[in-house]
Design a protein around this ligand. Structure first.
Ligand code: NAD
Length: 731
């Protein structure tokens, strides 16, 4: 397959065009690397060629990144020694990029040919590491284009020289948002930050003109010139010292040490800054290899990249014609309804937002105005975009305005009676074939569907709060929900660019089913006399974004009380959470309802800023001997992961990818682990089963090993071995 082609024009400029057949955006393959290498060799050796311009044949983009198959192949090539295979493969890539950078120069920087890169648009990952190796980078003035190195977001870091080059180009401090946070920029911002050199209407022409005019000094990278000093100072320079000490603390503060990639990248940067460039590349390659061999990076790539993308592209979409939403009705303009209207209007969908009064509906629409104003203040949005979004939202108290809607989502109070009334009222005005969705977070869909005369057109579309921020949408099939309703919900989620999971109807669906036990376990430990600080820190040190006590403060303790009472009355004798209720009912009596009351498990100041854990807890539940950290962490993770396994056993989940992606995006389940199933696989099912038994003995039946996990432990197989994508597709 030809991925790179070359032609030389009358001026002697060789144009290398990257155009991966059959893909809308270029992705780098092993064969692609070889082709690029050969063409660069040919151009450098050809006396008729004066310089090279590298560009893409795709409109609007240079390249989206590397085919992950490249890394898998390197690992395979290593046979019994995958580390050697990866290191060797990475060093070969370095050699190719270094060849571009040196462009035939000798050791005294004499005799090379200029090589420029022309980016029609988006350049990500290896698609930006290659330009970084060229002598000058030109980009089209394309505000939609994204330029940067997002590798850290999926648990790796730029390993084809991008880390070393960017740090040497910008300095460690200036490079840190791009490397440590994976920050992406449009071309103008990328130029302002020094990532690229020029933004112009015709980058190809500009690159050619530059190549023809380039002087010998223009093609020597600063780090290859005599007297190079790293911007901002290398580690032993006083300013550099400050940066590196600060960076180390900041990275550890943010990652709590559970993300191997951030730590490894920082080591590559620090150690690389102490040595010459070519040695720094080798150091980068070694750290990159160590990260690739860490199970966390494989799990993160799988869940946050491969599975997430597969779900967004409709991996579990029924085979039904496209169901794009043209006109959306949203009933209830409160916190959730207003957010749903906002994200839909931002996706260009016409929205009718209905509430009990015109004033309440207007208030919901105002949320879009306020959100857009914030974006304008931060220069992320334009007044035109704000006007366009607002023009799409009609706020009204008149259900008749729902005429012509093809999807209606209700987000009224969490009360089955009100929801039933609203459903009946909507159906009087909505078209016959309209899909009706509920955003309920706790009420069974099949039950609510009884209010509809078309239960096959009734579905749950469960957003998380705040809607504009949370990437996950949980789609819930009721017993009678039909394929078109599922497809409609999935196509809608795709339109608003969020990530869907599709689950079956059961108490609390999937996300809340797992997160409630997490919160409860934290509260239960408080009652046992475990120090609240230990509970909160144990959660964060194992990669949870919020400790269970902070989480319950955020969601409010009275909501916890309400859910506890409803669950208790539904479950009767079997209700297992009495110990938890004792604590939260007492907290509620004390008026400590959480953040909104400026008093909860934590203290808050007048402005609502969270302070320390409330010392009243220690007075009521005095600390006894404290359990080891690992015990607290395992309780907090197992209690969620076992619920995920039970959700799979019960058929609430039908695809473990949805279980893992949903857990990370829905409630932040330790992302380094790739999700609950990824975590259990990482522990190994035999060890996981053994730990459950021990925890069940010590702490109760909620840790009892589910049959499915026991069976798998006996067979010595993992969840992805048994239920991975190939199996799911075959099922
Ligand atoms: P909210 O109280 O902020 O808003 C509810 C809105 O519905 C109010 O504006 C109210 O005036 C309106 N309403 C009530 N009866 C109505 C009727 N008959 N016709 C039209 N409008 C009516 O509540 P919320 O937090 O936005 O929650 C709404 C739904 O979303 C609930 O089912 C809730 O369980 C679910 N949910 C909430 C969250 C969350 O974090 N708040 C998360 C996921 C799902």
């Amino acid at each position: 397959m030809t991925e790179f082609t070359m032609s030389t024009d009358a001026d002697g400029v060789a144009l290398i065009v990257w155009d991966t057949p059959g893909k809308s955006m270029n992705v780098m393959s092993i064969e692609g690397f070889h082709q690029l290498s050969r063409l660069v060799d040919d151009a450098l050796a050809d006396e008729a060629v004066t310089g090279i311009v590298l560009t893409s044949g795709k409109a609007g983009s240079f390249a989206g990144g590397m085919d992950l198959g490249v890394l898998a192949k390197m690992r395979e090539d290593g046979g019994d020694d995958p580390a050697a295979g990866i290191l060797d493969g990475i060093l070969q890539i370095h050699t190719i990029l270094r060849k571009i950078e040196r462009a035939g120069m000798d050791e005294r920087n004499k005799g090379g040919k200029p090589i420029a890169c022309a980016l029609p648009g988006t350049a990500l990952g290896i698609g930006f590491e290659i330009p970084l190796a060229c002598h000058r980078i030109f980009a089209a003035d394309n505000p939609k284009a994204k330029i940067g190195l997002p590798e850290i977001m999926v648990g790796i870091f730029p390993g084809a020289g991008g880390t070393t080059r960017l740090v040497r180009k910008l300095g460690a401090m200036a490079a840190s948002p791009y490397l440590l946070e994976g920050k992406l920029s449009d071309p103008k911002k990328a130029k302002a930050a020094g990532l690229i050199d020029e933004v112009c209407d015709d980058p190809l022409a500009a690159a050619k003109a530059w190549v023809l005019a380039a002087k010998p000094a223009d093609i020597v990278k600063p780090w290859d010139a005599k007297g190079y000093k790293m911007p901002g100072g290398a580690p032993y320079h006083p300013a550099g010292f400050m940066t590196f000490v600060g960076a180390s603390a900041m990275v550890h503060g943010k990652t709590k040490g559970v993300y191997p990639a951030a730590k490894a990248m920082l080591s590559a940067v620090y150690e690389g800054a102490l040595v010459p460039f070519d040695t720094a590349l080798k150091i980068e390659a070694r750290w990159f290899t160590s990260v690739l061999l860490n199970p966390s990076s494989a799990a993160m790539i799988r869940s946050l990249f491969l599975s997430k993308e597969a779900l967004e592209k409709g991996a579990n979409r029924p085979d039904v014609p496209p169901q794009q939403v043209r006109k959306l009705g949203v009933i209830g303009a409160g916190m959730m309804g207003a957010g749903i209207a906002l994200v839909s209007a931002m996706a260009g969908i016409e929205v009718v937002l209905v509430d009990q009064s015109k004033a309440a509906a207007d208030k919901g629409r105002d949320h879009t105005a306020a959100y857009m104003d914030k974006g304008i203040a931060r220069r992320k949005t334009t007044p035109e975009q704000k006007a366009a979004a607002l023009a799409l939202i009609t706020a009204t108290d008149d259900y008749a305005a729902l005429e012509g809607c093809d999807l209606i989502i209700e987000a009224v109070f969490e009360d089955p009676k009100i929801k039933a009334e609203v459903t009946a009222q909507v159906l009087r005005h909505a078209p016959q074939d309209c899909i009706f969705a509920t955003n309920t977070s706790t009420l069974p869909i099949s039950q609510l569907a009884k209010a509809s005369n078309n239960p096959e057109q009734f579905i749950g579309i469960h957003f998380f709060s705040p809607v504009e921020k949370m990437a996950l949408v949980e789609i819930i099939k009721g017993r009678a929900t039909g394929a078109r309703a599922v497809a409609k919900a999935l196509d809608f989620v795709r339109q608003i660019r969020k990530t869907p999971i599709v689950v079956n109807d059961a108490r609390f669906f999937y996300a809340n089913r797992c997160i409630i036990p997490y919160i409860n376990e934290g509260i239960r430990m408080v009652a046992e006399g475990v120090s609240p600080a230990l509970i909160e820190n144990a959660a964060k040190l194992v990669g949870m974004p919020l400790g269970p006590l902070q989480l319950v403060d955020e969601t409010s303790i009275d909501l916890g009380v309400k859910i506890a009472k409803a669950t208790r009355s539904a479950m009767g004798e079997a209700y297992p959470d009495g110990a938890v209720d004792e604590v939260i009912f007492w907290m509620a009596d004390e008026g400590r309802l959480g953040r909104k009351a400026k008093a909860g498990f934590y203290d808050y100041d007048e402005a609502g800023k969270r302070g320390l854990l409330w010392d009243g807890l220690a007075a009521k539940y005095p600390a006894g001997p404290q359990p080891p950290l690992i015990e607290v962490q395992q309780r907090l993770l197992f209690v969620q992961a076992l619920e995920a396994v039970r959700a799979l056993e019960d058929g609430v989940l039908s695809d473990i990818r949805e279980g893992d992606v949903g857990a990370i995006l829905g409630w932040g389940f330790a992302p380094w682990s790739g999700g609950p199933f990824g975590w259990l696989d990482m522990l190994g099912t035999p060890y996981a089963a053994e730990r459950c038994e021990a925890l069940a003995q010590a702490h109760g039946a909620r840790f009892a090993c589910p049959d499915l996990l026991r069976e798998m432990a006996e067979d010595g197989i993992g969840f992805y071995q048994r239920f991975g994508p190939a199996r799911t597709a075959a099922a």
